[in-house]
Design a protein around this ligand. Structure first.
Ligand code: ASP
Length: 589
């Protein structure tokens, strides 16, 4: 047998056994004639000892070992003198009788331990070495476990896993497409799917009433900690369902995943919050409900008192920061600068200190009596000792700014414990979103989302105010301030789909060209259907208590969308370009 055990398996119960292990030398050190070797594989680390009185050739081999050599070692399991309670194998060590060097290693560019001394760029370049480290191995193990739970759960519920193509025609989900030239069809391009949206709907038309797929999606967007150009979705669709059926099914999936992969109970049923309440109270469509500090509208309380900034604002809102009355002038000035950063975009910040003795002090004292300020504090449910932070401006924009400020204060006050999980559904999204710049409506979710049946009358109206009122049976699964998934009940009728494209300013010819296949399919008895997709990488990262999804992807790209390990993207041969009949713009060369 190549190995009798892994490097994470042996315990004191194995004392006296002859074993053979294989793995990587994490560390080898000499101590008074003895050589200690930490042998690692993905299951753990076991300490090997070569005694001072071992045969000379064995001592010599042990001495020659460098970091990351691959060896096979035989010996007896013995009880350790100095036990290491931090290691699962810490009660034992192997008294080595033979070492076989399976492969040498050049000195690795960084330490391959729990904490590495290598910077991000270096670790990305040698990703296969970084992947030997415990934190990454645990991340990928969690990912595997979660995927396994998804498949178990959905299989038990009668879902079929069906693959859909990667070389497709553009699926609009709001991002830019990656495109692939077609050699056999010169001058024409495939798009890589932003999601399998149209295919899963066509599968519903085809009668596969419960579909899922753990699937790669591609979006050419600017990258952030929780975004990669290629990422994985748990993509699902169901026929003959209402919103409630979808929510209940996937709430159950989430519960099983958390329970079986993480040992965490998610009590149910999950709270549901309308998009409007989320925006009004949390200034975000992905509220972190682990803490309060809700947004309160105080427009009517502060207008008409001579403070022109508030008087001319369509909306004034505030949050009460617990314990904030203690903040120094300097701290408040710093916060004022913070909200003025372009990422937040507020013009200024007004504060009201609710002192412990019941008095109030504010930056706009000269316009308001203490009674008026107390009424504002009461409206914001402020306690003695709190600090009110007030912003004003256009309603949704100001709420969003307050939402960003609320999250920042939550972070500063340590209210966002990654071990606490507070999931909820956001429901009743508006169907459409007006964009002032392009003077047109965009689908808030995507163009295949159906209006709520009771709002159809507005959907067919041409008045902007009517269209703005239309809500969809669209839903997002939100956890700790992150959107982990979202979906909707779909349009399943060709005429309604045509109307949707019309509302979105997509003319009949363009709609036919881009979406003729789906409009046509809807003419052949499309069942009512709906579904959703979860961002699998993000789900795993959040379960692992991390903000960045990179550690949960074996071979991710960096912030410039590059894989620095294989050095991609890269130029291609002139002959390949010629075959594709593609000429590069001289500027790009
Ligand atoms: N395709 C959608 C997305 O990627 C999810 C869905 O509507 O099912 O966001």
């Amino acid at each position: 047998m190549f190995r009798t055990h892994t490097c994470g398996a042996l315990r004191i119960e194995n004392k006296g056994q002859q074993v053979t292990l294989a793995g990587w030398v994490q560390k080898a050190r000499k101590l008074g004639g003895m050589t200690f070797i930490d042998l690692r594989d993905r299951y753990g680390i076991t300490q090997l000892v070569v005694e001072a009185d071992a045969p000379a050739d064995l001592v010599e081999t042990a001495t020659s070992l460098g970091r990351e050599f691959v060896i096979q070692a035989c010996g007896e399991v013995v009880e350790r003198q100095a036990k290491n309670p931090k290691m699962p194998t810490g009660d034992i060590e192997i008294k080595v009788s033979a070492i076989n060097i399976l492969n040498k290693s050049v000195t690795p560019p960084f330490t391959i331990e729990e904490e590495s001394d290598g910077g991000e760029d270096l670790r990305m370049k040698y990703r296969y070495l970084d992947l030997r480290r415990g934190p990454l191995q645990r991340a990928l193990a969690l990912r595997h476990k979660v995927a396994h739970e998804v498949r178990n759960y959905l299989d038990a519920k009668g879902f079929m896993e069906i693959e859909t193509p990667y070389l497709i025609k553009s699926t609009p989900e709001g991002a830019r497409d990656f495109v692939v030239p077609s050699r056999m069809n010169p001058g024409q391009f495939y798009a890589l799917p932003q999601s399998p949206q149209t295919f899963k709907q066509l599968l519903m038309v085809a009668g596969y009433d419960r579909y899922f797929q753990i699937v790669r999606c591609f979006r050419d967007e600017d990258l952030r900690a929780d975004r990669q150009p290629e990422f994985t979705q748990i993509d699902c669709e169901m026929s003959f369902v209402e919103q409630e059926d979808v929510l209940n099914t996937f709430e159950g999936m989430m519960r099983q995943m958390f329970k079986n992969a993480l040992g965490v109970d998610i009590p149910g049923p999950l709270p549901r919050m309308s998009w409007y309440d989320a925006m009004d109270n949390y200034g975000s469509d992905k509220p972190d409900v682990r803490f309060g500090m809700k947004i309160h509208e105080i427009t009517s309380l502060v207008q008409g008192c001579g403070f022109s900034v508030f008087d001319s604002a369509p909306y004034v809102g505030a949050i009460a920061v617990p314990g904030g009355a203690e903040y120094t002038r300097k701290q408040i000035d710093e916060l004022t600068e913070w909200v003025k950063r372009p990422q937040v975009g507020a013009k200024g910040l007004v504060y009201v200190r609710c002192n412990a003795d019941g008095s109030v002090k504010s930056s706009v004292d000269k316009f308001y009596t203490p009674e008026q300020l107390k009424a504002v504090a009461d409206a914001c449910e402020a306690q003695a000792g709190d600090l009110l932070l007030v912003l004003c401006g256009e309603k949704r924009k100001t709420q969003t700014q307050l939402g960003v400020l609320r999250i920042e204060m939550g972070n500063r006050l340590g209210l966002r414990d990654p071990k606490v999980f507070a999931p909820l559904w956001i429901v009743d999204f508006p169907l459409l979103e007006w964009d002032d710049e392009t003077q047109r409506f965009y689908a808030m979710h995507h163009p295949f989302t159906a209006p709520k049946p009771e709002h159809e009358k507005w959907f067919y109206s041409n008045a902007k105010e009517d269209l703005e009122r239309v809500c969809a049976n669209a839903y997002d699964f939100v956890l700790n301030g992150s959107e982990l998934g979202g979906g909707s009940i779909r349009i399943h009728n060709a005429d309604m789909q045509k109307r949707m494209f019309e509302v979105l300013g997509i003319g009949p010819e363009e709609a036919e060209l881009k979406f003729g296949f789906i409009i046509n399919a809807f003419k052949f008895g499309a069942p009512p259907h709906g579904g959703l997709a979860f961002g699998f990488d993000r789900v795993c990262a959040l379960m692992g208590g991390q903000d960045t999804i990179r550690d949960y992807i074996a071979f991710p790209k960096n912030n410039q969308g590059r894989d620095v390990m294989i050095d991609s993207p890269s130029e291609i041969d002139a002959s390949q370009l010629e075959e594709l009949q593609i000429a590069l713009n001289p500027k790009a060369e």
